[in-house]
Design a protein around this ligand. Sequence first.
Ligand code: GAP
Length: 472
Amino acid sequence: MMYFITTINLVMEFIMVAKNMNDLVSLCKRRGFVFPSGEIYGGLKGTYDYGPLGVELKNNLKKAWWKAFIFDRDDFEGLDSAILGNKLIFKHSGHESTFTDPLVDCRECKQRMRADKLKTPGVCDFCGSKNLTEPRDFNLMMRVNVGPVVDENSYAYLRPETAQGIFVNFKNVLDSTSKKVPFGIAQIGKSFRNEITPGNFIFRVREFEQMEAEFFVKPGEDEKWHEYWIAERRKWWLKQGLSEENLKFEVHDKSDLAHYAKACTDIVYQFPHGLEELEGIANRTDFDLGSHTKDAENLGVKAKVLENKDSSSKLSYTDPYTKETYVPYVIEPSAGVDRGMLAILNEAYTEETLDNGDTRIVLKLKPHLAPVKVAVLPLAKNNEKLMETAEEIKNKIKMLGIGKVVLETSGNVGKAYRKHDEIGTPLCITIDFETLEKEPATVTIRDRDTMSQIRLPVSEVLNYVSNFFKYV
Ligand code: GAP
């Protein structure tokens, strides 16, 4: 049983999609999504803290990714490897020698910039001077001292990508799960890069999270799987609410490839500051397992790898049916959580002018990503019975396990709607005097995007809410 309520004064005149970085930064600070890290001490460049709503949105995005790889598929296993990495991992991965950006200094204003990202080649971005140094390689890895003794050998690296933790655990996962090629290992975690020019809010930072999957395939089948993953990943981003027109593919030129890749296609997104990489999908060949394995020379590794006398393990695979032994190729979809969150916020941010002239800011997030799923609003805070009923309904909805459900007691109902529009709460349930006085007891449920309201018997609320938040 459902009663529709007419919506007065709620018809929009037009929608204004005002998306610039300042709008997003301001909303994120105001509502508790993202704060500059350690702000009370002046912050730390390239680092951000995620507030009460930011952590929910981020967790929801990671959950959706984990579901897609680990729960919905049979050919993936999960991993959570250490952030601190033995320096030998990054010696043999090639990061020590090649994970660099070209850096130039301006002799006039003393600023440092990436030579390959200058707005005008050869000209300082800050003061316009052409008096720049020659480019020199700058390694982006962060070194940390480990243990009580500080000497030349006591360092490790904060991983610059989560991928290496997967490669060095290839044999452990294979042996403990009996997976058969093709199969994948996926993990989500922090990575660190000493970016020369962090910027554009959470787009380029020095501490960030990655969602990385390494899919191991038979050599020769790699190109087919590369195409497969490019298509899969695009579908997934669309499911997270990014629009077709804002998502594009960019195929890397051979000269632009990372040291490990044979091919790479980026999924790029129209961020407020420009069309930029959201996720890279690389064909890493057998470079990684080939670099970390012992006896590469006897395993037919095709990539150009250096001899590895440090590794104690053979990172090859023997097909149980054909008995053929080979080092698998790797297809890697690698996405940034922070960039994903920025893209999703950008896409969801909407300003609408209502027919009474008011502006409403609304985050049209997909329900599974919304930080707060349902807000329960008692119409009068000083009415004990109303408060009790609201609390009861809120607790019952919480039991559904859909995520964060709150009892909203601040401000009047109009203000509460505005607040929950702005943080993207898909449903507001209002408990009013009709709830208490009429039989059967009913509540109103307001939809964030359309602002339409329905009246529903309390007995049907749980069913309605759980159907609304079903995510498949
Ligand atoms: N394992 C492959 C790899 O790390 P990448 O293109 O360097 O490849 C993958 O990084 C993804 O990680 C990028 O598409 C981006 O979303 C994210 N990412 C990389 N550097 C970042 C940074 N400094 N700040 C935020 N996200 C970053």
